[in-house]
Design a protein around this ligand. Structure first.
Ligand SMILES: [Zn+2]
Length: 206
């Protein structure tokens, strides 16, 4: 991770199928991406072997108490899978003093656990725990949930304003080309299982 006016691409896997992840990797192409993984993915295991700093955990700690073994197991599961990871982002940006202190104890040094939607002048923040926070500038599911979504012109203008810009995309939204929250909710209700992205989906890729 960098600072200043850097543009940084990240991806939360959010339990997508391996095929969807591979499709997302294809879409990202040559752009360096930091992945936050929700499970076992061959493609990320391979990447972590060569570039350990580019793969971190995406634990789902919603509803879990810091004193419970589920809390501990979620973290240890990821720690064992990516022992050299230095950064993390929790699902839903879940954060607490306990989470931060536990992650420091587990040798993490940075996190990206907050979204400041298109806020100008963002920079890394030193947290009380000692972790450095890299706030997200643009996240697909935040944008798609907005009533008044910014269009290409507003995006272009905002991109020209100084500040660190961390982007966060999810393979499922890239592969299904989800532009509005309602479409994603419909897909969740009507599609049994995430499968191979269809040729049609590939055609309308953005
Ligand atoms: Zn997530």
């Amino acid at each position: 991770m960098l600072s200043g006016n850097a543009h940084i691409m990240t991806c939360d896997t959010d339990w997508c199928s391996p095929v969807m992840l591979e499709e997302a990797i294809r879409i990202f192409g040559d752009i360096p991406v930091t992945y936050f993984s929700t499970g076992e993915y061959k493609a990320l295991d391979e990447l972590a072997r060569n570039e350990p700093a580019l793969v971190g955990p995406h634990p789902n700690l919603s509803g879990k108490h810091h004193k419970s073994c589920e809390f501990e197991n979620q973290l240890l599961d990821h720690l064992n899978r990516y022992p050299q990871a230095e950064g993390y982002r929790c699902h839903g940006h879940m954060d607490s003093a306990w989470i931060q202190m536990k992650m420091v104890e587990l040798n993490y040094i940075w996190e990206s656990n907050m979204c400041c939607h298109m806020e100008p002048g963002l920079k890394p923040v030193k947290m009380f725990s000692g972790l450095t926070r890299f706030p997200v500038w643009l996240e697909d599911d935040v944008w798609m949930s907005k009533k008044n979504q910014e269009g290409p012109t507003e995006m272009k203008d905002a991109l020209g304003i100084p500040g660190m810009k961390v982007f966060n995309f999810h393979p499922v939204h890239l592969c299904e080309n989800v532009m509005v929250r309602a479409l994603f909710d419909w897909i969740v209700d009507n599609v049994d299982k995430w499968t191979t992205p269809s040729e049609e989906m590939k055609r309308c890729e953005f």
